[in-house]
Design a protein around this ligand. Structure first.
Ligand code: GA4
Length: 352
């Protein structure tokens, strides 16, 4: 091992470095959206400043919408590899296996990356399902529901920050040309082999008698999300971890299983002049259970100008000058794809 890096590649498998610390006893915020509004505002602001991460319960997304999307995902990933490959390669949309992005990152994951914009989804869902209409219906319905949840949270954030135009953030992802994405991730258990994997789409049961549920291989390496807000739903298998500090990892428990996990993205960090922090996170592979996640990334339209509202800037004390230069989402996205997964990208947009 090379202890100076957080991960090390060994015979094509990415392992967690032994030097890092896993902190099990930090309680991550779980916010009940049905509580009194003034309380919800405070909790959301606090969680976004402290962790850039929280879970929401009583979020209003109907279980049947989630279930339908989950069933479509399971049925896609349980297909033979050769059939899934017909929906690839992911450039960047479509089916991908192990490769992440274009600069040599990889992990123990297979995925489907789809554009979440109703205007573009038809182009990226070819070869995914034998019943494409059903698949697209499930995606559209799911995306619409999680987009609404993301907008509601962004409006609460703006209110909590005392920004008069409370839809200033949510309008960016409501835009018809929004570059939002839906990512379906499948992290097969370690006993998985490509040619046998259809036997392992037994998502909930613990089949191995010696199963000790160790998480030691990296499914999706550490990174921050470049977009505004991420809304993640997983099955009840552990694996997600967030890093509030360098070298420290906090496991996100998969319970309550009805919750959504919410991540602040780089663009929201810029939009809040650094008050909210985009959170580093990663996904580990479970040794005996298959994990699946469905991730919505709320993004602006390519030509949207990202600049924090003047209410978050002060020239008097406390002195809070503009931290980032204005940029378009297209510009930020280009910078993102030109770098590695784990790179800190927002720093290149910082004003001196
Ligand atoms: C991380 C968040 C999203 O999953 C994603 C990823 C994208 C990809 O998988 O194509 C990136 C990654 C993500 C950040 C750096 C670049 C781009 C892979 C990569 C190495 C879809 C996104 O928007 O950025």
């Amino acid at each position: 091992y090379n202890n100076s890096s957080t991960s090390q590649e060994t015979s094509n498998m990415v392992l967690a470095a032994p030097s890092e610390k896993i902190q099990e006893n930090i309680k991550l915020p779980i916010i009940d959206l049905s509580l009194e509004k003034s309380q919800v505002l405070k909790l959301i602001v606090k969680a976004s400043e402290e962790f850039g991460f929280f879970k929401v319960i009583n979020h209003g997304v109907p279980e049947f919408v989630i279930k339908r999307m989950e069933d479509e995902s399971y049925s896609f990933f349980s297909k033979p590899f050769s059939q899934k490959q017909c929906a690839g390669p992911a450039n960047p949309y479509g089916y991908g296996c192990k490769n992440i992005g274009f600069n040599g990152d990889n992990g123990e994951v297979e995925y489907l990356l789809l554009h979440a914009n109703p205007l573009s989804i038809s182009q990226t869902s070819k070869n995914i399902s034998s019943d494409l209409i059903m698949f697209r219906c499930a995606v559209n319905e799911y995306v619409e529901a999680v987009r609404e949840l993301a907008c509601e949270i962004l409006e609460l954030m703006a209110q909590g920050l005392w920004i008069p135009d409370t839809s200033i953030f949510s309008n960016l992802i409501r835009d018809l040309h929004s570059d939002s994405l839906l990512r379906l991730n499948h992290y097969p258990s370690l006993s998985w082999t490509p040619h046998l994997h259809h036997h392992l789409v037994d998502h909930n049961s613990d089949t191995s008698p010696n199963c000790n549920s160790t998480l030691c291989k990296i499914g999706f390496g550490e990174h921050t999300d470049p977009q505004i807000l991420t809304i993640l739903r997983s099955n009840d298998v552990a694996g997600l971890q967030i890093s509030p500090q360098h070298g420290l990892w906090v496991p996100v428990s998969p319970h309550p299983c009805t919750a959504f996990s919410v991540f602040v993205g780089d663009t929201l960090q810029a939009l809040t002049n650094g008050r909210f922090k985009s959170v580093r996170h990663r996904a580990m592979v479970n040794s005996c259970k298959t994990r699946m996640s469905m991730v919505y990334f709320g993004a602006p339209s390519p030509n949207a100008r990202i600049c924090c509202p003047s209410e978050l800037v002060t020239t008097t004390t406390p002195h809070k000058p503009y931290l980032y230069r204005p940029f378009t989402w297209a510009e930020y996205k280009k910078a993102t794809y030109s770098r590695r997964l784990g790179d800190a990208r927002l720093q290149f947009f910082r004003l001196k």
